[in-house]
Design a protein around this ligand. Sequence first.
Ligand code: NFS
Ligand code: SF4
Length: 651
Amino acid sequence: MAKLSDLIRPEDITTCDSTQQMIHKARKDGVELFFDRAESMRPCPIGNESACCKHCSMGPCRLNTKDPYSRVGICGATIDTIVARNFGRMVAAGTAAHTDHGMAMLDLFRGVVEGTVKDFEIKDPIKLREVAESLDIPTEDRTTLEIAKDLYKALELTYTQVDGEIPLVKRVPAKTLETWRQEGIVPRGAMREIMEMMHRTAMGVDQDYENITKQISRTALADGWGGSMVSTDISDILFGTPSPVEVEVDMGVLKEDHVNIIVHGHEPILLEAMIVSAGSPSLKQMAVDAGAKGINLVGMCCSGLDVLSRHGIPHAGNFSSTEAVLVSGAVDAMTVDIQCIKQDLAKVCECYETVFITTNYRAKIEGAMHVEMDEHNPLECTDEIIIKAISRYKHRNKAIQIPRRKAKGIHGFSHEYIKYMLGGSFRSGYEPLNENIINGRIRGAAGVVGCTNPRSKQDFSHVELVKELIKNDILVVQTGCSQMALAKAGLTTPGAAALAGPGLAEVCETVGIPPVLGLGACVDNSRILMILAEMVKTGGLGEAIADLPVAGCAPEWMSEKAIAIGQYFVASGVFTVFGHTFPITKGTKFEKHLFEELAGKGFGKWGFASDPIEMARLMIAHIDRKRKDLGIDKGRERVLVDMADRRALEV
Ligand code: NFS
Ligand code: SF4
């Protein structure tokens, strides 16, 4: 009997042409992918339409009735308590993921500062000084190492501070910070916030959804303005702050006559070390001796985005393509560290005789080979991975079919670079962006970010949403798997300005940038927070982040990390739309709190839509409302640009 999945056309599952080709091949090869399981496993209706609590063994309690208020849990917990607690635990888990990743970066930084890690160094001392100055650490007449030691101590507080406010909140616009203080949600160290979130959501503790929401925001803020921001800053300091670079993406970056190694995961250290190993003359020679033309290092998911931004390493695709790429038979080794790594990669690798290697003690997978990375001797691990890949190349005996598609684009827009490119070296700053928003050439800015999900057609909503936004003169910034969706679709090139509205197109053409700016991995959403803070600081667009004509969206999200990110944007003042599904129960007071009431307290709020055009409509309506509140809605009446304007733009 034909499997259900055989009846569903790959074209209906994904708009990624390469992934479609690989699904066809996988079906021929009899290999099951997660797309197939997503078809055969319907979402559990209790969790999907109502709520379930399993926080104690009097339950699990299901509140799956039409009227969510007609029942309570055995302990009496109401639907609002249950959904708020479940939501809070998602935020705790997402925050833990980002902050633990940031903690690993901090461990590495400490090793470099103390001299115990010798293979990495401070590559960007300018960024080190800037970060130190932003935290009021003295830099004048001090050596890089002296500053680095103080900086380490300050950043450690992001995790360990038991009371007061973490140092990074110095970057938050004053009025936004004031709102947090009034609500009592300025974050302490992430360890404290996550611990308190878990405690308060345990059986019989916090049972007031509004009070729970405060801790949800506080925890999420410890991620965005804490752990994620530390992760981005340390990565820049150790590996270099990204600046625009042209990169090839999509599965066509695999090379049949090379040893292909895919690095997938989240901590940049693995790929940084892989680059060093792949450049080693003896390993290159070993590859040639095995009959290959060379070693082809390729990234996927977020760690791929990190090295794509910094070194122009090609990228094969996003979350929904990590199994599909293996079906090509051309991947000699796939090596992973942490996060978003599907367990079935082990099985798919086995089908195609690809060597599958885990490298992090925190993330082992049954059936995978484990070669542990020690930051004190990272090359021992990465050399071994390359040797294993070469050996697989030598014994390749599977038919190889590499999708031919690849796209070139420009990536690597850090907030520092955006500042520089807008103003040039004489007038670097966000004034030109704010001015162009005020005069209406640019209507506003939007962050489109987040995962892909087999329950919605891969890449479709990302691409359609972004097209609609730029057509309406909204500048788009991107991170994560969303950035890869747009890169594959060819929208990260300056030529894509042709798809933008006339005002945005004009600005893009003058500055020479794409209308869609790729900022990097998901932790680099903290770069978006920095852009928002700069826009407020520059002036003319209100006093708080909540005043800005901006919006955010994760149209195909799947990870708990996405919920943590969404919540820190909402708590920072941004209207944030999620697509495909939302993990709460409709018609509850908690829903109203997240989707309406938070905005009245000076925060942003959540939005939801399933259709990308509807997402765009919600975001544009919000941006227009903010323009009206700022009194700049008249600017949208289009003014013709004269030479003086042009010169002003070009300064
Ligand atoms: Ni972000 Fe990166 Fe992708 Fe989603 Fe996963 S890779 S951290 S969570 S799936 S965007
Ligand atoms: Fe049920 Fe209350 Fe226990 Fe949750 S905490 S499982 S609602 S009894």
